[in-house]
Ligand binder design. Structure first.
Ligand code: SIN
Length: 526
């Protein structure tokens, strides 16, 4: 049976989910599903900061133009303008909540907080909390959420699917608790804030990235997914084969860090006039090609020119982590390698986070608003989380709240079956083949092999799914990820050009027609 009636159900407790909860809770009762693993999600690991026009010497049009250039012709300009225009007010909102952003105490400062620079930005416009912005923002938001009397946080439940009524509207979520017991939460409005799909890949910049579960849950209800082929690889993840994934922030390049090949030679100026501060797709591709040219598995990022005091002040987290891993970044360049970082595609949404399924919204990395186009510009992601969580709150405040007239999917409370022994091996197979064939460079033949191998893997897993009355959390996650991987490959196969993050040497140029976002539905998998 559906378990209670919830008003607004938010699935996911990263920056987007927490901001929405705070913005709507005075008007509507909120249930926030925030499994403990959300503390390891992408928001927490965002180092660089939040892009917004804050300095009097910067301007909105410049931020718009930089975003459009980085997006390589595929951004929705209206979405870009909307996001950029909302940015300063959204930052003010965070400052009022008490986020401890780094102050600028230098005598010539024209804004009270320090603004750094990152790839693609023509100006200093990234507000940050040293090199641990995500951690600082999350800590502040969580403290406010926990103190709010109208936000019920459920850390005992993980959503594994969405509920739909006979008219096709979303009516809440199917959840499992950690003991594998299923509960259906019926809700008037459901918001996905479940993160992206970098977990489809073997090497990632955060230890526990989402694998597109939220995107696939929306697709199961019939929602359109957009631009899945644009998976971003961050140019500089620490090359540490024995250690946990660790990002080396783009702000290191913003503060003058230089990329060197294994022979100590700088290579970016020969590739792009913006050198190390070119957009991420350009830098990641250049590193990938330099690694192949020099037959090495990494390059170096050199920040030694800053000196010890500035390194410790601006990059305390990176300095400490590298020291713990035996790398003294004051005296030696940092070994780095590109790794899966951010999904530019996701659930197609409008300016209020509404999907094309009634009563289903998506915000943050799970959504595709059109802001990022073919390549997200650095630090526009937390900006998007903030802006669209706040606009979604506006839509939910105004939404009609007629009571449910229709029953949701019926279900009994049952125990999920334990995961099959092959689970880890299946996931590893999927991630390895996505990394080998659908990464920074994707040839037609590789995409075809990926499509075939993923279809075979799905055939292997599907009898196990059918035989389980209710697959457990891990198996559900794999099932979602696998089908999303197939949709990602299909989207990449259909794009007969190279653009932004999608580079296919078999069609290496922009197609000369007006570029369009790709759209895909789950039904297309057959
Ligand atoms: C970084 O600090 O480089 C990551 C920030 C982002 O992905 O925008």
């Amino acid at each position: 049976m559906p378990h209670g009636n919830h008003d607004v159900l938010i699935i996911g407790g990263g920056v987007a989910g927490l901001v929405l909860a705070l913005e709507i809770a005075d008007q509507r009762a909120v249930t926030l599903l925030r499994p403990a693993s959300d503390d390891l999600g992408s928001s927490r690991w965002a180092q660089g900061g939040i892009a917004a026009v804050l300095s009097p010497s910067d301007n909105l049009e410049a931020h718009v133009q930089d975003t459009l250039v980085a997006g390589d012709g595929l951004c929705d300009e209206a979405a870009v303008r909307f996001t950029v225009e909302q940015g300063p007010e959204a930052i003010e909102w965070l400052l009022n909540l008490g986020v401890p952003f780094t102050r600028d105490t230098s005598p010539g400062a024209d804004y009270p907080y320090h603004l750094t620079r990152e790839g693609g930005h023509g100006a200093r416009r990234i507000i940050h909390a040293a090199d641990a912005t995500g951690r600082a923002v999350m800590a502040t938001l969580k403290a406010h959420v926990v103190a709010h009397p109208r936000i019920q946080v459920r850390d005992d439940l993980t959503a594994v699917g969405l509920l739909q009524d006979s008219a096709g509207r979303c009516r809440g979520a199917r959840c499992l608790n950690s003991a594998g017991r299923r509960l259906d939460l019926s809700a008037h409005d459901t918001v996905l804030a479940t993160g992206g799909a970098s977990g489809l890949y073997r090497y990632t910049t955060s230890p526990m990235p989402a694998s597109g579960e939220g995107m696939l849950m929306a697709a199961e209800l019939g929602a359109t997914l957009m631009n899945l082929e644009f998976q971003q690889f961050h140019p500089t993840c620490l090359h540490d084969p024995e250690g946990a994934p660790f990002l080396i922030s783009e702000a290191v390049r913003g503060e003058g860090g230089k990329l060197l090949n294994i022979h100590g030679e700088r290579f970016m100026p020969g590739i792009d006039s913006r050198a190390e501060l070119a957009p991420r797709d350009v830098v990641a591709r250049a590193i990938d090609s330099e690694m192949q040219r020099t037959a090495s598995d990494h390059v170096f990022l050199d920040i030694r020119h800053l000196g010890e005091a500035a390194i410790r002040e601006h990059f305390p987290t990176i300095h400490r982590h590298c020291a713990e891993r035996g790398i003294d970044i004051v005296n030696a360049p940092i070994p780095v390698v590109p790794a899966a970082h951010y999904s530019c595609g996701g659930v197609a949404t409008d300016r209020y986070g509404a999907s094309d399924i009634e009563h289903l919204y998506a915000i943050g990395e799970v959504a595709c608003t059109g802001l990022h186009g073919a390549n997200r510009m650095a630090s526009n992601s937390l900006l998007e989380c903030l802006v669209y969580a706040r606009s979604c709150a506006v839509a939910l405040r105004d939404a009609s709240r007629a009571p449910h007239t229709d029953a949701v999917n019926r279900s009994t409370v049952i125990e999920a079956t334990p995961p099959p022994v092959q689970l880890a091996e299946w996931r590893e197979r999927m991630r390895v083949l996505m990394s080998a064939r659908v990464a920074i460079v994707r040839h037609d033949t590789e995409l075809l092999k990926a499509a075939e191998a993923l279809a075979e893997l799905q055939q292997e897993v599907s009898p196990v799914i059918r035989q389980h009355g209710q697959p457990g959390i891990e198996l559900s996650s794999l099932w979602h990820a696998l089908r999303l991987a197939r949709l990602t490959v299909a989207s990449a196969q259909r794009r007969r050009e190279s653009r932004g993050l999608h580079y296919n040497p078999d069609c290496p140029h922009h197609a000369d027609h007006h570029p369009r976002p790709s759209r895909v539905r789950l039904a297309e998998l057959g």
